[in-house]
Design a protein around this ligand. Sequence first.
Ligand SMILES: [Zn+2]
Ligand SMILES: [Zn+2]
Length: 400
Amino acid sequence: MSDHDFLSEATELGQQLINWRRDLHQHPELGFQEVRTAAIVAEHLKELGLEVRTGVGKTGVVALLQGSRPGPTVMLRADMDALPIQEATEAPYTSRTPGVMHACGHDGHVAIGLGAATLLARHARELPGQVLFVFQPAEEGEGGARAMVEDGALDDPRPEAAFGLHLWNQVPAGRVMAQSGPLMAAGDMIHITVNGKGGHGALPHEAVDAIAVSGQILSALQTIVSRNVNPQESAVLSIGTVHGGTAFNVIADKVELQGTIRTFSPAVRETVLARLRVLLDGVTTGLGATYELVIDNVAAAVINDASVSEVARAAAVEVVGATGVAWHPPLMVSEDFSEFPKLVPACYMLLGSSSSELGLDAPHHNPRFDFDERVLPVGVALLATAAARFLEERDIHSQD
Ligand SMILES: [Zn+2]
Ligand SMILES: [Zn+2]
């Protein structure tokens, strides 16, 4: 069907992709602060002749590539933000901003998005439709995708399919996962405040010990996943922070707990949240304390659309061959790419990016995270091929 050879063209772009990636890596920016990054993105997209909108969802960039004739719109998404981590790699392109690091590979995603735009712009005359490029801010739990959607990024034109990818260091470089169904879990942030009554450490009968109450809560919460969730389903409840108390001889009046819940099925999520409330009610009432619970739904689950995933899978086979395409068990991590499938059928892909020979196999969000840059052209070819294939397949069907 497609007679492009996007992999060869992307491979020729190789040094440019590395230059973009390393420059962004040296200048990482946190969520909603991607000012420099967005300016680089916008400038390149304008040079390619695209219609560019900046400041969408605060620091996001949207660009439209017109093909040769009217047709559907396909969307490609890349995220741009870094993390509040002090980099510990010895790479020559290590972060120059103390305490901020591209430890999730989003620098690579931006380079891949710019590369895909470069190739598709070069072939614009062959495209029966349009390509919408969405460079989003603040993927790491701050709602960048939602901000862009609310700011109209997908309104005009409304895409008919969306593709995106994440570099994935749990998988060897070059292997591609483009599968339909559940890929990444829904993520909720929970914040529990346990209120007791402070007092003297030697007079516990005059006080309500918020630390003792929190201990019972921590223990009770462990039963939700193990005793209330159907073992055939998936769920995680992890408490990540516990803060309380001021001195060795003072009974704490307050403890703050923060944690995360990960689920795939909305029904399982409801079960976990309902049990959480029941246990908090029961334990605090029984022990004479009170609580406040705040639940922040950070991301819905990423569930890939069957027919769009067919296109992604065909593109993956074209780029890396059938033996390079693998299935990955659904991941309990979450991704706010899930905002886009609420509006547009979508497929989110994973591109293996680790190399143990090169020592590039630290996990995501680790201070030593780095990936094998040889996968950058593969990512470019994947997105460009998926977009072109989607438009060409629609074009053929419209001529039936
Ligand atoms: Zn991340
Ligand atoms: Zn990420």
